[in-house]
Design a protein around this ligand. Structure first.
Ligand SMILES: Cc1cc2nc3c(=O)[nH]c(=O)nc-3n(C[C@H](O)[C@H](O)[C@H](O)COP(=O)(O)OP(=O)(O)OC[C@H]3O[C@@H](n4cnc5c(N)ncnc54)[C@H](O)[C@@H]3O)c2cc1C
Length: 491
């Protein structure tokens, strides 16, 4: 690959975020020079890889952490509306790529799978019913169904209803239009379009080691070829740090004041994966339950139908674990390298004010295979040890931020950190993650290339690709666009 001395945009990391950003930028201005630098030998091998994440198209149809209960018992659906809109923006963009003939077979990355919430106990059942009532009144969720009847649940997810007794109080809801995603396959497709249509390539086996200001208007990106050990520098007018778990360590080296106080806490994950095809075939759903009191949102257990490399799978989890690595293919020194004078108060504040979280993580780490199977038996009563095995999921780095009152706060969402002039942007955090990649990357473009968004040509292009972006979404617009996307993506 012949490298230029200077690029308009350099993206660190070849996951779904950089792929999305680079492609969106190319649609808006095809003559911008873009380079993607990746430390591994292939694209989409870390969090974006299918086995490393849960593959849920997060649109708040089943995840109860997006619909908190107010003190008066009413359910607040504002977050759910926001997440749902963002996922629709992603689907609109992917359907645009299909309509343009740039992606031929959407089935390889997106499959319709109904989304359910399922809870046990009277109090939780009442909450779920209140959530159902609030959802029923909003056009984004009005196709929701709710039941307390075991017979209905048997129709929805029969595997989970084997051997249930009459005295078990349960409730469930269902929205049919849920999706199962293979973000790894999608990432590969986006990079293939970049290469074939825009001659934009990924520089593999190359790690970005540092990013320094160069003159007033550029960044000097220092990198090392991990195969040959050779070091190199490239000038870039704009840099996006989309290095997943590796983003924090790089951000800490960039001389901008906005990075101050950020820290990270790595959480590894494990799935129980079903090996018995008969059992896999008995479940066609994503079923999310409720996190325990004091447990973080990422701890919500779910039993998911997945489609990975053309094969139907069944996964339960994720179980949290601890590893000081920030990337699955990272170093055991990552966590220690990330601690400095700047973020010690935030890190300590988070530890001190989140003791239940520390307890939760310690309990998770201490769980044996049998303990994990017992958790699964809350969902599938007659699950047998021999039908399931452990598979390691991706690493998450939970973002820690300065907090005036508590020293530091733990952020479960995604954080975009950028310099004032938007010439360098960095994405931290992993939730709701890949589902909202298009909206997040449009936010990056708004900071880095506002002129592309403001021009009449840019506005028209955005309206064609993502009709919900920066618009009030009315019922009429929602229904019309949903129907179009369902058709284009073969859902
Ligand atoms: C257990 C788990 C479950 C999840 N479930 C879901 C889900 O159900 N739905 C959902 O939408 N999202 C989910 N997510 C989040 C989602 O996977 C991520 O938000 C998304 O994949 C992040 O993409 P990325 O491109 O930022 O990072 P990644 O895919 O991790 O890519 C970053 C790339 O940067 C490279 N890199 C790192 N450092 C450097 C460097 N210094 N130089 C060069 N290259 C570098 C890495 O090798 C990697 O290829 C989940 C994540 C986890 C861990």
């Amino acid at each position: 690959m012949v490298l230029r001395e200077e690029y308009d945009l350099l993206c660190v990391g070849a996951g779904i975020m950089s792929a999305t950003l680079a492609l969106l930028v190319k649609h808006l201005k095809p003559d911008l020079n873009v380079l993607i630098v990746e430390r591994l030998g292939k694209v989409g091998q870390e969090s974006s890889a299918a086995w490393n994440n849960a593959g849920t198209g997060h649109s708040a149809l089943c995840e109860l952490n997006y619909t908190p209960e107010n003190e008066d018992g009413a359910v607040d659906i504002r977050k759910a509306i926001n997440i749902c809109t963002q996922f629709e923006i992603s689907k609109q963009y992917w359907s645009y790529l299909v309509a343009e003939g740039l992606i031929k077979d959407p089935k390889t990355f997106i499959t319709p799978v109904p989304h359910h919430s399922w809870v046990k106990g009277e109090e939780n059942a009442n909450y779920l019913e209140n959530r159902f009532k609030a959802f029923k009144e909003h056009f984004m969720f009005n196709s929701i169904e709710f039941t307390r009847e075991v017979e209905k649940m048997k129709e929805w997810f029969p595997l989970m209803m084997h051997n249930r007794t009459e005295d078990e109080v349960m409730a469930a809801s269902r929205i049919d239009r849920g999706t199962e995603m293979n973000y790894g396959a999608l990432t590969e497709k986006l990079f293939a379009i970049l290469k074939d249509e825009y001659d934009t390539e990924v520089l593999f086996h190359t790690e970005v080691e540092d990013i320094d200001p160069d003159h007033d208007e550029e960044w000097l990106v220092k990198m090392k070829n991990l195969e040959t050990g050779k070091k190199n520098t490239i000038d870039a007018e704009h840099v996006f740090i989309g290095a997943g778990g590796g983003s924090l360590l790089l951000l800490q080296k960039v001389e901008i004041e906005e990075k101050d106080g950020y820290g990270g806490f790595p959480v590894s994950g494990e799935w129980l994966v079903c090996k018995n095809q008969d059992i896999i075939n008995q479940h066609n759903a994503k079923v999310y339950s409720k996190a325990g009191i004091g447990d973080p949102p990422m701890s919500v257990p779910h039993l998911d139908t997945r489609y990975i490399n053309g094969k139907r799978e069944l996964l339960f989890g994720p179980f949290a674990g601890f590893s000081p690595k920030f990337l699955k293919e990272g170093s055991y020194l990552d966590l220690f390298k990330s601690i400095n004078f700047d973020n010690i108060p935030s890190m300590w504040g988070v530890f001190w004010h989140n003791l239940p979280l520390t307890k939760y993580l310690l309990e998770q780490v201490a769980m044996s295979f049998d303990d994990r199977m017992e958790s699964l038996r809350q969902f599938v009563k007659d699950a047998k040890n021999e039908d399931w095995e452990i598979v390691i999921a991706g690493q998450r780095v939970q973002t820690i931020k300065k907090d005036e009152f508590e020293g530091g706060s733990l952020e479960f969402g995604t954080q975009l950190v950028s310099s004032k002039d938007g010439r360098i942007t960095c994405l931290l955090g992993a939730s709701p993650g890949a589902s909202t990649s298009v909206k997040i990357m449009l936010d990056v473009i708004e900071k880095a290339f506002p002129e592309l968004m403001a021009s009449e040509q840019g506005k028209d292009k955005l309206n064609e690709m993502v009709p919900f972006y920066n618009k009030e979404v009315t019922k009429e617009l929602f229904d019309q666009e949903l129907a179009r996307v369902i058709k284009d993506l073969n859902l």
